[in-house]
Every structure is written in structure tokens, then in C-alpha cells.
Design a protein around this ligand. Structure first.
Ligand SMILES: [Mg+2]
Length: 257
């Protein structure tokens, strides 16, 4: 059994909740590089945030940004998916819906630096990377305005309004797996099993698609909704990056055997 690729969520899965990376992950990434197994992140982060993390992890693979809005190529080129709606259009559609409803909702682009730091946990230059959006618009709502906004949005193309942990996300009709056909094409036709790792319901379709799905737990165990939807997934033995590293190494060792 050869491992063809490891497709992975970043936040809370490969990365710690504070965005740092543990030594165990760096060691396993080196082992994967030596075994010529590509590691492709699939994240809700922006391409600018993703490029910085790819550099930190020394990854030179294609990766999906902004919930499958597009692919960041290893040379830095961005490719948007046909279903992605450019952020300028999202801003216009949202502004019209807010005017009509009076909903006290702001976009991530309207938050002050100190407010954005509280929501994202990042500071300084990383704030501009969080605002450098291509095709998703995180919203901050005081109270539950999801249904009101959904009814007032009159898109010319299909939109999704998704409830995340901290933000409401306005975006086109795509999710993390939208970019999979393009990623697989870029990786080429080498055989083997595909491993996928994730920690939240946003990763359920990715895990359901993979040959070897791995749920990475948090401090309180695996996300119950994710565990319910992807019943056949393995659960990593430790939270976050240490669990990611232990599970991926185990599969790599099985593949070597
Ligand atoms: Mg995550």
C-alpha cells in the first residue's frame, strides 16, 4: 500500500489552536518529503495566509484556499474555481442586503485591527493576510441574522451563507472538496491511497472522499458531528498536531511494510 498524497485541514488539525506547529509535525513532514508523498493543505484561510504557512512548513505542493474557492500553485499563482464569486461582488451583494434589512452585521474588512485580532488571534502583518480575500467574505453578526440575511441576498450566482465557529461566511457555491479534481490533476497519476485529515464538520466531505480518513481530536475529543458523519474514520490518538503526526506516521510505516 503506497500513500499517494496526504490532504489536510490546517487549523486545529495539523496546526495547534494558536496557529503554531509542533516538532512532531515537522518531523513527519520531513519523513513524508523523503518518501516523496505530497502534503496538500485544504483550508478556509486566505491564499496569503496559506502561502506564509506553506513557507513555514517547507511545502511546495498545490493547496486549496478559502474553502475551495481556488488553488494556490507551488509557483504562487492563484486559480479561482468557476463557482467562486469574487470578493468585490460579495461585498456589493452583502451591502445591499444590509441596507434592506438593517442587520447589525459587519464584514471582516470593516473590523478595526484590534477587533480582528480578537476574532482571529493574529497580530501585525498577519492581519493584512487575513483581509486579503479572493472569494469569501466572513461576517460578524450581533445576534442571529443568518435567515434574515439569507432571504435578503439576491445573487446572480449561487451563494452560500455558512455558520462557522467565529464568523458567518458568505461565499460562492463551493467547499473544500471543490478543488479536489484540480489538485489530483496537478499531483499526477501516481498510484496509492489518499489520506485525509480534519477536525471539524467543514472537513466531513473531504474525509468521506478519502481512502484513509483521519479525525484529529481537540482537547475534548473528536468533534461529535464529524465522528457521526464519517463513522469509518480513524481517530488520532492525541489532540491537534501531535495526533496528526502519530496517525500519519503510522500509515506511512504501514505503507513501508
Ligand atoms: Mg480545522
Amino acid at each position: 500500500m503506497r500513500v499517494r498524497a496526504v490532504l489536510t485541514d490546517l487549523d486545529g488539525t495539523l496546526l495547534e489552536p494558536d496557529g503554531s506547529v509542533c516538532d512532531e509535525v515537522l518531523t513527519v513532514l520531513t519523513e513524508l518529503r523523503e518518501a516523496r508523498v505530497p502534503v496538500c493543505p485544504l483550508t478556509s484561510k486566505t491564499a496569503a495566509e496559506l502561502a506564509s504557512i506553506m513557507g513555514m512548513l517547507d511545502l511546495a505542493t498545490p493547496a486549496g484556499f478559502e474553502n475551495g474557492a481556488g488553488v494556490l500553485l507551488s509557483d504562487g499563482t492563484l486559480e479561482l474555481q468557476p463557482s467562486a464569486v469574487p470578493v468585490a461582488d460579495l461585498v456589493t451583494l452583502f451591502a445591499r442586503a444590509r441596507r434592506e434589512t438593517g442587520a447589525p452585521v459587519r464584514t471582516i474588512l470593516e473590523l478595526r485591527d484590534d477587533e480582528l485580532s480578537v476574532f482571529t488571534g493574529v497580530l501585525g502583518g498577519a492581519l493584512s493576510a487575513a483581509r486579503a480575500r479572493q472569494a469569501t467574505l466572513p461576517l460578524v453578526a450581533e445576534g442571529s441574522w443568518d435567515d434574515t440575511l439569507r432571504a435578503a441576498l439576491v445573487p446572480s450566482r449561487p451563494l452560500r451563507l455558512i455558520r462557522g465557529n467565529k464568523f458567518l461566511h458568505l461565499q460562492g457555491d463551493h467547499d473544500k472538496i471543490t478543488v479536489l479534481p484540480r489538485l489530483i490533476e496537478l499531483l499526477g497519476r501516481n498510484g496509492g491511497v489518499t489520506v485525509a485529515c480534519g477536525d471539524s464538520p467543514n472537513d466531513a466531505q473531504l474525509l468521506a472522499w478519502a481512502d484513509v480518513p483521519i479525525i484529529v481530536p481537540g482537547r475534548d475529543g473528536p468533534h461529535p458531528e464529524l465522528a457521526r458523519v464519517v463513522r469509518h474514520a480513524r481517530v488520532a490518538p492525541l489532540p491537534h498536531g501531535r495526533g496528526w503526526a502519530a496517525s500519519v506516521r503510522h500509515i506511512l510505516n504501514q505503507a513501508d511494510a
